[in-house]
Design a binder for this molecule. Structure first.
Ligand code: F6P
Length: 344
């Protein structure tokens, strides 16, 4: 078969490992010809691609980022975009396209399959871990490890200065990274998008900790966390060129509010894209390899309009339509009954 591959949306560690796995099994087991499109859907529309084979993927397993480049945006943003994608399938005689993406790219994949019957298989990735239909996406474990390492370092400086450190992690719609890194890093409070936070309750937790003689505290906040309405100033919404709200910076507002209300010296740290960069953890390398292998098997099984997914420890396929249009919230039992035990 002639199989195209693209990586879309925000990058994450493990993308190259997934591409490598698709190519390895595609070439060596199925005898496929493989093509990597540059810059997500733009490369498909503009027919910008490279031939992929086992030799071109050498050394890519531990490399962060994506060798194919990535973009946000969709062919549906362009008047003739969808037709250009269809033309590329025809002219390159593509039998399949493997789309490695998060919620945005997988939604586009689902829509193209539904509208034009294109033979597409998805692989879910995102550090946010918020794709519905799979228990986990690759990139998440690496981001959690990076955030946990940062929190470990912040503990010692926070203790030395008796400070509150407010650490902002990624997590646009869901608090997976914040909850996992907060548990692993021993956070006093974790603020997540799923549950508007009460700054007075956070301050009360910090005070009660200080009264017990524990001065240094770590507050982990997901970038998408919002205060209870009317409780404090909320951020101004700035949109990027694709209409996404550009997040980042809520930690500063929270650190200011904590210092004002408690008198405890506070600092903020914004981890930002550091969480998306660099080499994937062993867990993410294994997961992206399993997904890549399963995706090329799905191509040969004709599982169009499906993505590979992890459910209960097993890799399987699930309809893309299950994943689109919503995000997977954090496990609130984990947040309340496990992380919550350590708040305050
Ligand atoms: O890919 C998901 C994500 O990392 C979100 O957590 C974050 O809000 C967003 O991407 C940042 O996007 P960009 O790299 O376009 O600033």
């Amino acid at each position: 078969m002639r199989v195209g591959i693209l990586t879309g949306g925000g990058d994450c560690p493990g993308l190259n490992a997934a591409i490598r796995a698709v190519v390895r099994k595609g070439e060596q087991v199925y005898g496929d010809e493989l093509f990597g499109f540059y810059d997500a859907w733009d490369g498909v529309r503009e027919r910008r691609f490279t031939e992929l084979n086992v030799a071109t993927l050498r050394g890519m397993l531990p490399k962060g980022g994506t060798m194919l480049g990535t973009r946000r945006g969709s062919p549906y943003d362009h008047a003739t975009g969808v037709q250009e994608v269809v033309d590329t399938f025809r002219e390159m005689q593509l039998d399949a396209l493997v789309v490695i993406g998060g919620n945005g790219s997988l939604s586009v994949a689902c829509k193209l399959h539904a509208d034009r019957n294109l033979p597409i298989v998805g692989i879910p990735k995102t550090i946010d871990n918020d794709v519905v239909g799979t228990d986990v996406t690759f990139g998440f474990n690496t981001a959690v490890q990076i955030a946990t390492d940062a929190i470990d370092r912040l503990h010692t400086t926070a203790e030395s200065h008796d400070r509150v450190m407010v650490v902002e992690v990624m997590g646009r719609d869901s608090g997976w990274i914040a909850t996992y890194a907060g548990i692993a890093g021993g956070a006093t409070a974790i603020l997540i998008p799923e549950q508007p936070f009460d700054i007075d309750a956070v301050c009360a937790q910090l005070r009660s900790r200080h009264e017990r003689g524990r001065y240094a505290s770590i507050v982990v906040v997901a970038e998408g966390a919002e205060p209870l309405e009317g409780s404090m100033h909320s951020r101004d919404k700035v949109l990027d060129q694709f209409g996404h709200v550009r997040l980042g910076g809520v930690a500063q507002t929270i650190a200011n509010a904590i210092e004002e209300r408690t008198g405890f010296e506070s600092r903020m740290v914004l981890l930002g894209h550091i969480q998306r960069g660099g080499t994937p953890t062993a867990f993410d390398r294994v997961l992206s390899t399993r997904y890549g292998v399963a995706a090329i098997d799905a191509v040969h099984a004709g599982a169009w309009g499906h993505m590979v997914a992890m459910r209960g420890g097993e890799v399987m396929t699930a309809p893309l339509s299950e994943a689109v249009g919503r995000t997977r919230p954090v496990d609130m039992h984990l947040y309340n009954e496990v992380a919550g035990v350590f708040f305050g």
